[in-house]
Design a protein around this ligand. Structure first.
Ligand SMILES: C[S@@+](CC[C@H](N)C(=O)[O-])C[C@H]1O[C@@H](n2cnc3c(N)ncnc32)[C@H](O)[C@@H]1O
Length: 224
């Protein structure tokens, strides 16, 4: 049995399991495994899900927070309606989307989760840099929206900027862990950063980005 064969079987296993359990993505199992390890969600929590489409993570969060909880999902592409999940179509790198999220949420969240991934262009360092860039916006959303002691989960592609991102995360959270759930493909460079015990910083908030998204690409692989 080659490693590739094993990986393909694992991929197929989670694909079939997701279909069977009515989850919209295999990624749902990553969040379930993260929650099993870190106990992210509690009944009644309010949750922001960034990069939520097609909705697998929102489904898992919804199950774990129960009827009393609330969740809002944001994505560049529309999220098919999901019971008990509010959605926003928008780019989290634009002020317009951030303002809409703040006004629609109308309070502070217990948990911010992000499975956002940039368009993969094929160049490892560019993809990594774009992923870290998106994570910067996840931390911004935490600064504006997360409760004291709140929790955060975000995906990032590993690379040489990772240490910097982790340092920025540690400025905000008492405990920061890096975790690769079993459901992640072995060849993937993605890891999940888990922040527990959020505390608002003394430093002023980073100014909102322009209304126009900053992650727009003129063509595949080219930053605007
Ligand atoms: C791996 S998918 C998320 C899968 C989701 N967690 C699930 O379980 O169904 C990554 C998502 O990030 C979204 N995304 C990427 N950049 C974004 C941005 N700047 N603003 C909002 N969403 C973004 C993509 O559109 C894509 O749907």
């Amino acid at each position: 049995m080659t490693r590739r064969w094993l990986n393909e079987r694992k991929h197929e296993y989670y694909y079939l399991k997701a279909k069977h359990m009515d989850y919209r993505s295999r990624a749902a199992f990553k969040l379930l495994q993260i929650d099993e390890r870190f106990r992210i969600f509690r009944p009644g929590d309010s949750v922001v899900d960034l990069g939520a489409s097609p909705g697998g993570w929102s489904q898992v969060a919804r199950e774990l927070i129960g009827e009393r909880g609330r969740i809002i999902g944001v994505d560049l592409v529309p999220i098919r309606p999901l019971d008990g999940v509010d959605t926003i179509v928008g780019d989290i790198t634009s002020a317009e989307t951030i303002k809409e999220l703040l006004s629609r949420f109308g309070g502070k969240a217990d948990v911010v989760i992000s499975d956002m991934a940039p368009n993969i262009g094929g160049n490892y360092s560019t993809d990594h840099a774009r992923s870290v860039h998106l994570c910067g916006f996840v931390l911004d959303v935490c600064d504006r929206l997360l409760k004291e002691n709140g929790k955060m989960v975000m995906k990032v592609f590993m690379g040489d900027l990772f240490k910097q991102l982790k340092d920025h995360t540690e400025l905000r959270f008492d405990k920061v862990s890096v975790y690769t759930p079993e459901a992640t493909r072995k060849e993937s460079s993605e890891v999940y950063v888990i922040g527990e015990g959020f505390h608002a910083r003394e430093a002023p908030l980073r100014p909102l980005p322009p209304d126009e998204p900053v992650t727009k690409f003129r063509k595949r692989g080219e930053l605007k």
